[in-house]
Structures are given as structure tokens and as C-alpha cells.
Design a protein around this ligand. Structure first.
Ligand code: F6R
Length: 628
């Protein structure tokens, strides 16, 4: 989605903006631009470019800026930059941000959607304002222009009056020619992070843009406003206009984690980080002395847990798949009924919730609009609402009662990999914790399960070793020219397949479909084309339904499918039946999605690489989806 960087101070402002935007490239965008105040010439200088398929966008923008003298030589103390992912108005230079007012005194960048823009635009046009783009954003500039004059040049007051007119989601950074050492930022339901550093102050829509300058950051609340000064001072105001001192959060990860570090793409790097991520997510959750799992941040007393009648899991995309797998875990361990809903549907299907319902919202980014809306609705019902997220300070952390943080650190590739695995680990622990609190598992069993989970990092390492990766690559190469791929499994294996198919679709653009293996003969088997050797990926690990899986594999094989099996080491039977086997270490069935998913991630990535796709920034996708 769109990205914002804004800074003021004595640094090389154009360079800082461009470097910041480069760190936001991973979010997906179609155009980019920057604006700075040229103090020597006393005017705003703007440069914007459209993305070209064969060029790095920010390099293109850097060249264009340098050609226009917007570089280290310019006398500027404040600037704003933006990467745009089109919502209102096609990708074009005219629609790219920053946008200027009629007089060229104000520049604005905006993330989000101004829902009442049509009405506001009609009023502003009536008043004589001249619009130059099809964006919803432009109403913000003309409102600012109007209120700035009405407020006798009080920039903060004009921003306040403007924001009061806006409905929808927004993060805004505002530059005004009359205030060359200041930037005003504000937000509603769209992320914004701020910090001071040696040479000034800086704000961005996402931490990677500022992490190279400061690791001590603050987050604004909805409709709060901050004034950034060139001397590093930041004033924060709540919606009532009261000045407040924001909490400072220290970011644990550093800039190297937002770099590829020798890997050809971020996705591969992040896949290889998974052993560490799993270890980090397990750490601190088990009190070995008491032999108890600990979730001290959960706002649930033993009586609350005992009274839970039903669990709802709400999430989107990959996080939804983590929810499907967690359903199996919670139902098996804690014997609580679990319903998993895609967040965009949750509000509209009249869910049966009350004070004895536990709602778990899963969102890697913590900013997904559909999931946030589901959480708001759930909170109104009096249910216990907890979030599982990877991003400290994200919107969901302010909306849910409590947040459980997975320890995946920054994830740059659009396709979620390590954050998904971290979600699975955390949700497995949560399922065991609920069982522990309900008295369903003895200390010995809890300790045994936890110790088994502690083997996962080494088991994932073994899947990332050359031999295993080569087996995945060989299987992937045989599927590169397929028209469609099917993924089949049973129980948690089927849920694992949903995620495997999504990964393949989103980064290779190959059609893929996942289904419960038992269902394939009820229709989908017709897709198997013996001339094509339609690939069928079968998650056929040792489990209670293993024999049934073998029967399903035989059914598809008999119709000419090329079968790629994920099988448990030592399974001699399966090699006879399938075309390719990738071996997985033996693990308890309920946590097998954690290992199997690593293989499916590698499989999808290798096909995408063979097809020459942009693995990290697949077409049409964005890292966090902040619109409903
Ligand atoms: C796919 C992917 C998306 C996200 C979905 C929800 O790889 O990343 O399907 O899982 O957009 O995002 P979060 O988890 O941030 O709510």
C-alpha cells in the first residue's frame, strides 16, 4: 500500500526522503514523489515519477530529482515523500503524491481513503478551488488552503479544522512554504511512526523508513496531530488539542534486517530466518520450574477461561490460514468449539458472541482494515478480544484488549512466510495454555509438548539444508508449465494446503486450488488433465488419516496427475505411488503445519523464480491492506 516519509532538520533532506522511500518499496506501489521547500528560491519543489517495469522506481526518482537540482546542494530543511498504490484515480504522474494547493504553497502526502471526498470536492470546486488530479487526497490540500487563510496562517489550527471535515482513513504529512522548518502529521486508522534523531525529526508510515535514523519511536493515536521541528523537537496533540508526551518504544531489530543480506530476495531470506523466529516465539513462554506455560499478558482470569463457551478467530489471507490451523489446535487441546471467519465477512454474518466468547484476531501487520473492523465490532459485544500480531504499536494493539506478539521481526516480502510460522507457534502455545488452564493437560504432558516444539528450529533447519531444498526445487521445476496446481491434505494437512496454494498463486500467478483430499472426487478431480500431468501436491504425513490419503493419492495418480508428496522420513510405501517426495522429520500431527509450510513456501518461491516473477513484490498486492 502507500508509503509516507517526512523529515525536517539540517540533514540532506532529498537523500533522506529517497532512502526512506527505498525502504518502503516492499509495500508495493505504482508511482512515487517527493516535495521539499527550497529556501533559496522560496518555493516548493516537487518531483514525481511513474513506476516502470524495467527500472528500480526510487533510482528513477533519484535521477529525476538530481536532474532538477533537488539533491544535497538544495537549501531545504523540510520535505515529504510518498509511494502510491492507486485506489482513486489510475496510476499517473498527475495522481502521484505530493499534491499541491492552487497557489503552490502547501504540499501533502496521504495514505488511506477519504470516504467523503466527493461531497467535499463539490463544495471546494464551488468555492473556486482548482483540482488537478482524480485522487481523493486532493480535497485535503484545498481544505488546508481554505482554513490556513481563515486561521490567519496558523498551520496547526488549519490542519485541525481540515481533519475535522474528513471521514475515512488517513495518514497525512503536510509541508507549508510559510513554515520552512516544520512538518505537521496526523492520522486516523492508517499507521504513522515518529522519532527524533541527531539532525532533526522524522516520520513515516512504516518503521523501515526511519530505522536507519532512530530506533526510539512513538506512535500517534487516531486523530492525534504532531508537529515536527528541525531541531528534533516533536509536539504531540490529542484530538482535543491537549499537548501530551508520547510513549517511546525501542525497536529491537536493526537496519540489516531490512536489507537482503546476500539473499537474492527478501522472501528467501525470511524463509531462512524461520528457525530463529520459531525459537524467539517459543522463548519465555514456559516456566520450567513450575512446568507451566505462561501468557501473563492475557487479560483472562481462570474463571474467565473456564466460562469461555466459544472461540472466534478472525483474520484475512495467510493469517486466516493460521486461524484454520489454530482451530484444530484449540479444539484438540482445549476442547473448545472454534469458528474461523474471514474478517471481511465477520461483521455481516451476525456472529453469536457474548461475554463468554473469546475472539482472536490474527494480523501480521496489525493494520488490516477488515480485521480492525471485526475487532471493533467484537469489542462492542463484550467478548474478550485479543490480537495476535507482529507489529508493536500497530493499530490493532490499540483496538484489542491485549496483543500477543509473535517474534518474527520486520517482514519485507509481500508474501507472508516467517510471520505465518511465528503465528502458528504462538497459537499452538496458546491452545496448550488454554488446555492447561482448563485442567485438561497434566504438567508432564505440557512439558513434553513444549519440549517437542523446541525441536522445531532444528527440524526446520534440516528442511533448509541443501538436500531437502534440492528435492523441493526438482519437484517445482516439473510444475513450472502447469496451468493449475491442486493441493490436497486431510485435517491440519488440508489447512496447510490452503496456505500452500495461496503462496503459489500470489507469487507465481499460477492458478492453484487447495481442498480436503476426501473432497477431490466430488468435482475438482475433473481438472486433472493426463496430457498436462496436472500437479497435485499431497500433504501425506504420518497421521490418523494417512491410509485415506494414500487412497486419495492413488485416485489422482490414476487420472494422470503428477504427484508431489510431503511425506514423513522413513515412509517407504509412498515412494512407489508418487512422482516426487520431499521428506519431513516426524513431528506430532497437530504441529506438522509448521514444518510442512516451510516446504510449500520453498516450492512456491522456486516456481515463481523459474517463471521470472518479482518474488518480493508480486503484481497487484500490497504488504498491508489498510482499505476494506
Ligand atoms: C499473503 C499475505 C496476505 C496477508 C493478509 C492479511 O502472503 O501476506 O494474505 O496475510 O493481507 O494481512 P495481515 O496478517 O497483516 O492482517
Amino acid at each position: 500500500m502507500c508509503g509516507i516519509v517526512a523529515c525536517c532538520g539540517s540533514d540532506n533532506i532529498p537523500q533522506l526522503l529517497l532512502n526512506g522511500l527505498a525502504h518502503l518499496e516492499y509495500r508495493g506501489y505504482d508511482s512515487a514523489g517527493i516535495a521539499v521547500i527550497d529556501n533559496e528560491e522560496g518555493r516548493l519543489r516537487v518531483v514525481k515519477r511513474l513506476r516502470q517495469s524495467d527500472r528500480g522506481m526510487i533510482d528513477l526518482l533519484r535521477e529525476a530529482a538530481a536532474a532538477e537540482g533537488i539533491d544535497e546542494a538544495i537549501s531545504a530543511r523540510a520535505g515529504i515523500g510518498h509511494t502510491r498504490w492507486a485506489t482513486h484515480g489510475a496510476p499517473s504522474v498527475a495522481n502521484a503524491h505530493p499534491h499541491l494547493d492552487c497557489e503552490g504553497r502547501i504540499a501533502v502526502v496521504h495514505n488511506g481513503i477519504i470516504e467523503n471526498h466527493a461531497r467535499l470536492k463539490a463544495e471546494l470546486v464551488e468555492e473556486g478551488h482548482c483540482f488537478k488530479s482524480q485522487t481523493d487526497t486532493e480535497v485535503v490540500i484545498h481544505l488546508l488552503e481554505k482554513y490556513y487563510d481563515q486561521a490567519d496562517g496558523d498551520l496547526v489550527e488549519s490542519v485541525r479544522r481540515t481533519v475535522a471535515q474528513l471521514s475515512g482513513s488517513f495518514a497525512l504529512a503536510i509541508l507549508h512554504l510559510g513554515h520552512p522548518d516544520t512538518i505537521v502529521v496526523t492520522r486516523n486508522d492508517s499507521p504513522l511512526v515518529l522519532g527524533s534523531y541527531e539532525y532533526g525529526s522524522i516520520a513515516a508510515s512504516d518503521t523501515p523508513a526511519i530505522i536507519g535514523y532512530t530506533r526510539d519511536v512513538s506512535y500517534l493515536g487516531n486523530r492525534d496531530l504532531a508537529v515536527l521541528h528541525g531541531d528534533g523537537q516533536i509536539e504531540c496533540y490529542d484530538p482535543a488539542g491537549e499537548l501530551y508526551v508520547p510513549n517511546i518504544y525501542h525497536i529491537e531489530w536493526d537496519i540489516e534486517e531490512a536489507e537482503k543480506g546476500g539473499y537474492p530476495d527478501f522472501m528467501l531470506k525470511e524463509i531462512f530466518e524461520q528457525p530463529q523466529v520459531v525459537q524467539n516465539t517459543l522463548a519465555g513462554r514456559f516456566d520450567a520450574q513450575a512446568q507451566r506455560l505462561q501468557f501473563d499478558e492475557l487479560p483472562l482470569s481462570p474463571a474467565d477461561i473456564a466460562a469461555i463457551e466459544r472461540v472466534y478467530i478472525v483474520a484475512c489471507g495467510t493469517s486466516y490460514h493460521a486461524g484454520l490451523i489454530a482451530k484444530n489446535m484449540i479444539e484438540n487441546a482445549a476442547r473448545l468449539p472454534v469458528e474461523v471467519q474471514v474478517a471481511s465477512e465477520f461483521r455481516y454474518h451476525n456472529p453469536i458472541i457474548n461475554g463468554n466468547t473469546l475472539v482472536i484476531a490474527i494480523t501480521q501487520s496489525g493494520e488490516t482494515a477488515d480485521t480492525l473492523e471485526a475487532v471493533r465490532m467484537a469489542r462492542q459485544t463484550g467478548a474478550h478480544v485479543i490480537a495476535v500480531t507482529n507489529v508493536v504499536g500497530s493499530r490493532i494493539t490499540a483496538e484489542a484488549q491485549t496483543s500477543l506478539f509473535v517474534k518474527a521481526n520486520i517482514e519485507i516480502a509481500v508474501a507472508a512466510t516467517k510471520s505465518f510460522l511465528a503465528q502458528l507457534v504462538l497459537l499452538s502455545l496458546l491452545a496448550l495454555y488454554l488446555a492447561q488452564e482448563l485442567g485438561l493437560l497434566t504438567k508432564r504432558k505440557i512439558s513434553k509438548y513444549y519440549n517437542e516444539m523446541c525441536q522445531l528450529p532444528a527440524q526446520i533447519e534440516s528442511l533448509l539444508a541443501e538436500e531437502s531444498v534440492s528435492a523441493v526445487k526438482a519437484a517445482a521445476e516439473a510444475c513450472v508449465h502447469a496451468h493449475t496446481a491442486l493441493f490436497i491434505g486431510r485435517g491440519v494437512g488440508a489447512s496447510t494446503c490452503y496456505e500452500g496454494a495461496l503462496k503459489l498463486k500470489e507469487i507465481s500467478y499460477l492458478h492453484a486450488e487447495a481442498l480436503s483430499a476426501g473432497e477431490i472426487k466430488h468435482g475438482t478431480i475433473a481438472l486433472i488433465d493426463p496430457d498436462q500431468g496436472t500437479p497435485v501436491v499431497a500433504v501425506a504425513l504420518q497421521s490418523a488419516t494417512y491410509d485415506k490419503m494414500l487412497a486419495n493419492i492413488q485416485e489422482v495418480k490414476a487420472r494422470g496427475a503428477r504427484v508431489i508428496a510431503l511425506a514423513t522420513e522413513g515412509d517407504e510405501q509412498i515412494t512407489e505411488l508418487v512422482d516426487h517426495v520431499v521428506w519431513l522429520p516426524p513431528v506430532r500431527e497437530i504441529i506438522s503445519p509448521i514444518t510442512a509450510s516451510v516446504v510449500l513456501q520453498l516450492f512456491a518461491r522456486h516456481i515463481a523464480v523459474c517463471l521470472g516473477r518479482d518474488v518480493d513484490q508480486p503484481r497487484n498486492l500490497a504488504k498491508s491492506v489498510t482499505v476494506e
